[in-house]
Design a protein around this ligand. Sequence first.
Ligand SMILES: NC(=O)c1ccc[n+]([C@@H]2O[C@H](COP(=O)([O-])OP(=O)(O)OC[C@H]3O[C@@H](n4cnc5c(N)ncnc54)[C@H](OP(=O)(O)O)[C@@H]3O)[C@@H](O)[C@H]2O)c1
Length: 427
Amino acid sequence: MSQAPIRVGILGCGTVGSALVKLIRDETAAVKDRTGVDLTVTRVAVRNLSTDRGIDFEPGVLTRDPRALVEDPEVDVVVETMGGIEPARQLILAALEAGKPVVTANKELVANCGAELFEAAGRNSVDIQFEAAVGGGIPLIRVLRESLVGERIITMMGIVNGTTNYILTKMTEDGAAYAEVLADAQQLGYAEADPTADVEGHDAGAKAAIMATIAFGSSVVPGDVHQEGISRISSEDIEAARRLDHVIKLLAIVEQADGKVSARVHPAIVPLTHPLASVRDSFNAVFVRGEAVDDLMLYGRGAGGAPTASAMFGDLIEAAANLQRGTHIELGHLEAADVTPIDETSSAFYVPLDVVDEPGVLAAVATIFGRNGVSIGSMEQQGQGDNARILLITHVAREADMQATIAELKDLDAVLRVGNLIRVIGS
Ligand SMILES: NC(=O)c1ccc[n+]([C@@H]2O[C@H](COP(=O)([O-])OP(=O)(O)OC[C@H]3O[C@@H](n4cnc5c(N)ncnc54)[C@H](OP(=O)(O)O)[C@@H]3O)[C@@H](O)[C@H]2O)c1
């Protein structure tokens, strides 16, 4: 027996929303043949009714009233592509309370209010799906929730921000300075006019919070994530990494050990032999290490209208199928995670020091490292006289011990400048 079409209401019709409307229109017949799910878009809410979106809507489909869309009896499933916390949060909660499944790509909202939204979905026995909120077009949430549901995830490391990966790739491959590449990226539309959320690691921080929440089953919010961006990375740092056969990447890292979760975003020096080193331009990837599965990596387009809409379309088809079957995905109640502060995490560090070129300097530097329990893995001297520079790479050390070392080095007369401390990952 043929089922009635599932009626879809879409909040927002910008980059992602318009790509999703087109995908639904182009692929609905094929999807119906493959899955039995028939979708039709009945309402679309926007701010400006006269904007040309390259789509012909039937009269009455476009509305400026998002609340009326959510409450409309001719909407069975709500898709949110508006962005921001409010009014998206209120609208999604209203849809869930009305028993309507929700699909969203809103990383800011899911990262900050995930536990509240999952609870409301569970209470009302409907789906909330958010595949596109972390990796854009990269399937990650469903892989964690289904394929890896029995896996003990040890760590996940992601390049989850396309803008910063594009900037670092250009700095590495063209030898260009950060400010120059950022200006080009803004001109080309790869970076926002205000790039702060991308370049200071806040966008990646929201994604790290969602990754940790889903991978480890306890609520991690952006405030739990240590966030450092790439604005301090210089051409000198890029060149030093290159000479060591490494590249610099902005990584979102989530880990679980002894029941505690750590989540952080920072630039990292990654060996060229690591799979994440080959992720170039605006591409994204998430590297997962599990107890049984060992290493795996998911790679693709982390943003863009069509890739993001592809992930949302998958969510929408699953949510519609679940609604027809009277089932839903159970995300469960999430307790706040026990979070390890950055000071208690460990990694290896790259430390560049400008020093005076005189006898005893190396010994004085080494003494400070030793006193703080940080062991030096390799040390190289570059230049002489006024240009003398020592490049050190430590063995794995506690963050707090490394910071204490840096504080002491800054007080040493023979050290003229402590350069950028960069963590070394994946060696
Ligand atoms: N763009 C990407 O590559 C990407 C990737 C992954 C996830 N996402 C997420 O997807 C979401 C949407 O991103 P986007 O790039 O598509 O944004 P966008 O191009 O700015 O589109 C936002 C849409 O929402 C509508 N809107 C905003 N506030 C509204 C309100 N109060 N009432 C009615 N309509 C409202 C806008 O209407 P008007 O058009 O009339 O202004 C517009 O159509 C965000 O949560 C974003 O984080 C985006």
